[in-house]
Design a protein around this ligand. Structure first.
Ligand SMILES: [Fe+2]
Length: 424
């Protein structure tokens, strides 16, 4: 008996047939080949994962990588108030998934209305998130002294979006820290990207696991500490850090605030699913500025007349966000969030004609600008950071550190990345 040879259709046709029929058996019938031959073909072409994804799509499950899946149905008869049951009907084990959110989508016309229920899921990997760990952090035994200067130098670093931070800017910023050793450093928020628990559509090309975000951000913070050990750091929550808090509240509410067991008189520890714990901020001696609620309310009083916030306003063009925030708050402020850089002013006159000039600052971003973090097309963002010199009488002066084509420029200093090398 001769060997039967198939003239195989392309892989995409095989995947399409499985998606349409829901099984390898159904696809073999549709393609007119034996199921054994088709199974052999799938194995030899290493299509197993794509076939499984196609089978799930047939069932109405969109599996979007390790961190996300969605199930949907346009059949109201199938909907149930028991979402676990709905998850089960799609062939998934409800104990393996947490429900991120449920949406009812409506479209069509009055004559032909269409309704769809969609349930977004994430694997219970959140429970397995581990604190960042490298070789650990050991603070230097003796802190080097800070340079003598008039006033206190405060650096505002923000919107790193780890692991999408700009490694060149990071190297230059660490060199700047080694040279200038600021008294204080304020991390303005969005240190971590946490794309995989975003409410926006999943973007496989850009998405990174939460663990990678945590491990990378820890490495960046450790570099800051090593570059200037005597600098006192504080970390503000941004909207991207808030994604962890929101995911826990939405999906694992009973785990919100869960801590390790208390031993004897040990102080109550921090929540295991918190930014502070996962980034090992206690070891790094970085203060987590807990907003006691949503991130929008977190503020650091930098000096007598200057505050820092992550910021909750983002408008187009450099300066407009700073001005709107300044007008809203009524006092001088440094913000991130917009990824733009600016310093704007607002002069107020009181009833006696006395003037007060307020300052609003956007401190730029320390993330890669090219490709706009996978969502913004040719973004009008500026890379760098800001500093403030605080004088004893409450006055302060802002300087912007601009990172342009591999050059970090601040006051009369210029750090060229080629001379420094990339840090991470
Ligand atoms: Fe940001």
């Amino acid at each position: 008996m001769g060997v039967v040879r198939h003239h195989w259709v392309g892989d995409d046709k095989i995947i399409e047939a499985v998606e349409q029929t829901g099984s390898v058996i159904g696809a073999s019938k549709a393609l007119g080949v034996s199921r054994e031959a088709l199974r052999h073909r799938i194995r030899s072409r290493a299509l197993e994962e794509e076939i499984e994804a196609a089978r799930l799509r047939h069932k109405g499950v969109i599996h979007e990588g390790a961190d996300r899946a969605s199930i949907y149905s346009t059949e109201p008869d199938e909907w149930t108030t028991d979402l676990r049951e709905f998850v089960k009907r799609r062939g998934l084990d409800p104990d393996d998934w947490v429900i991120l959110r449920t949406r009812l989508n409506e479209w069509g016309t009055d004559e032909e209305p269409m309704t769809q229920i969609r349930v977004d899921l994430a694997p219970k990997a959140l429970e397995a998130l581990m604190p960042a760990r490298a070789e650990g952090w050991k603070p230097p035994k003796k802190l080097p002294s800070l340079p003598k200067r008039e006033g206190e130098l405060v650096a505002f670093f923000g919107d790193q979006h780890c692991p999408h931070h700009d490694v060149d800017l990071h190297a230059a910023a660490c060199q700047w820290l080694r040279v200038n050793k600021p008294n204080r450093g304020i991390l303005i928020g969005d240190m971590l990207d946490f794309d995989s628990i975003s409410r926006h559509r999943y973007n496989p090309e850009w998405s990174r696991s939460m663990q990678e975000c945590i491990d990378t951000a820890y490495g960046v913070l450790k570099d800051y500490k090593e570059a200037s050990p005597a600098t006192q750091w504080q970390l503000l929550s941004g909207n991207h850090e808030a994604r962890l808090r929101n995911a826990v509240i939405d999906s694992l509410l009973n785990m919100y605030g869960l801590r390790r067991a208390k031993v004897d008189d040990e102080q109550i520890g921090e929540s295991v699913l918190s930014i502070s714990h996962l980034l090992r901020l206690d070891e790094l001696e970085i203060e987590w500025v807990n907003p006691n609620g949503d991130y929008e309310h977190a503020q650091i009083r930098v000096g007598e007349n200057l505050a820092a916030r992550h910021g909750w306003i983002a408008t187009q063009k450099s300066g407009t966000t700073a001005l709107k925030t300044l007008e809203h708050l009524g006092h001088s402020v440094v913000v991130g969030h917009s990824h733009r850089m600016s310093e704007v002013f607002l002069t107020k006159h009181d009833i006696d004609g006395n003037t007060e000039t307020l300052t609003g600052v956007e401190c730029g971003t320390m993330a890669k600008i090219k490709q706009g973090l996978g969502y913004s097309v040719a973004p009008d963002w500026q890379a760098g950071f800001a500093t403030a010199t605080l004088f004893d009488d409450g006055k302060f002066n802002i300087d912007l550190a601009k990172f342009i084509n591999g050059n970090l420029m601040w006051r009369d200093q210029r750090i060229v990345v080629e001379d420094v090398g990339t840090g991470t």
